[in-house]
Design a protein around this ligand. Structure first.
Ligand SMILES: C[S@@+](CC[C@H](N)C(=O)[O-])C[C@H]1O[C@@H](n2cnc3c(N)ncnc32)[C@H](O)[C@@H]1O
Length: 357
């Protein structure tokens, strides 16, 4: 046994290593991680070919699916078989493949699906930076910039197809943790709410539909908010929602009771996060009752399971941003002129309420 192993001799299987249905000798266990690579590799082309959509009316054989999509029958069959072995499709003994609930969520025509989020997360723009992680770890610089020659949001401004995929994915950026935030926090305290970096207005629409007394504005880049009006109409809140084209490093509009900023500050390093929050602080001016509401990961202590400790790697590789614990949030918000006003619960998503000082 290596001197570095603890009293258990390293025999405990915990964390992601416990998720794999493969019994491997302890010293080979990390190889189980590659299951994720193989399954994602097989699933991505199936989603691109809209196989989940094609299975919505019932099971089909690989041959039928190949004929409809024009794919190579043998390669398609092997990708389907892999994904079924992984439990994402079903492969009954009659030679067909059928949807599971997870695959149903990858259809293009379901309201609560994750197709765009899946395709974004395994798109080359989010995959290729991982080839260059050593650069990030050596230099502290995001690998994305090294691979694509520009920072993430500059790249999106130059690549409309990638930007549209990102914006669509963000409309699916909704997990049980998001519902917890919406259910536990009383947004009705704030008649006028600004959603800073609010994308296509998906979360502002959610808040407004839950709180009929609130009005709000989504503040994001012009090319992003261009789609927000349609979202507000779709959610039946268009009469209480407006759109403000914003560069949040330059100016954030004044006149709101709460400035909500969700899943956005983690895209930026501390220096840039402080710059954004300084713009929020300037917008609030001397309105002591106004609030900054940060909705983001709130990291737990050392050694604890925490999804944010994993998504932090994506922030580091692609954006040069970071997930933060309470001390880090207090430092960043404090530097911009805010002090914490609630007792946030750490977790995969938390709401931190700050008041201006
Ligand atoms: C990760 S997305 C989060 C979107 C949304 N809040 C959510 O939770 O799904 C970050 C958002 O920041 C916006 N953003 C990036 N740079 C910006 C800038 N300079 N000014 C305004 N918004 C910006 C992006 O357009 C994007 O919508």
């Amino acid at each position: 046994m290596s001197a570095g192993l603890d009293d258990s001799g390293g025999s405990e299987v915990s964390g992601v290593l416990s998720w794999f249905p493969i019994e491997l000798p302890a010293r080979q266990r990390v190889l189980g991680l590659f299951v994720a690579k193989w399954v994602i590799g097989a699933l991505r082309p199936l989603v691109q070919l809209k196989i989940p959509d094609l299975l919505a009316d019932g099971p089909r054989t690989a041959g039928q699916l190949a004929e409809t999509t024009g794919a190579d029958p043998d390669s398609l069959y092997r990708a389907l078989r892999c994904v079924a072995a992984a439990g994402i499709l079903r492969e009954p003994a009659d030679g067909t493949f059928a949807l599971t609930a997870a695959a149903d969520g990858l259809r293009s025509d379901v309201d609560d699906g994750v197709r765009d989020m899946f395709l974004f997360t395994c798109d080359p723009m989010m995959w290729r930076p991982y080839e260059d992680m050593l650069h990030t770890v050596r230099t502290g610089e995001p690998a994305f910039d090294n691979v694509f020659g520009a920072p993430f949001f500059d790249f999106l401004r130059e690549n409309a197809g990638s930007a549209a995929l990102f914006d669509r994915a963000m409309t699916q950026n909704h997990y049980p943790g998001t519902d917890r935030v919406f259910e536990q926090f009383d947004f009705s305290r704030f008649p006028r709410i600004a959603d800073v970096g609010g994308g296509r207005g998906q979360f502002l629409a959610e808040v407004l539909s839950r709180h009929p007394g609130c009005t709000g504005a989504v503040c994001d880049q012009p090319q992003v908010v261009a789609e927000a009006k349609a979202e507000f109409e779709r959610r039946d809140v268009a009469d209480r929602a407006s759109v403000v084209e914003t560069d949040f490093f330059a100016e954030i509009p004044a006149g709101f009771d709460a400035y909500f900023i969700k899943h956005t500050l983690h895209n930026w390093n501390d220096r840039d996060a402080v710059r954004i929050l300084e713009r929020v602080r300037a917008a609030i001016g001397d309105d002591a009752d106004a609030r900054l509401l940060i909705v983001d990961m709130l990291l737990t202590g050392p050694g604890e399971w925490d999804l944010g400790k994993l998504t932090d790697i994506e922030m580091m590789a692609a954006l040069g941003g970071r997930e933060r614990g309470l001390a880090e949030w207090n430092r960043v918000a404090g530097a911009a002129g805010f002090v914490l006003a609630n007792d946030p619960v750490p977790g995969d998503l938390a709401l931190l309420e700050f008041r201006p000082v």
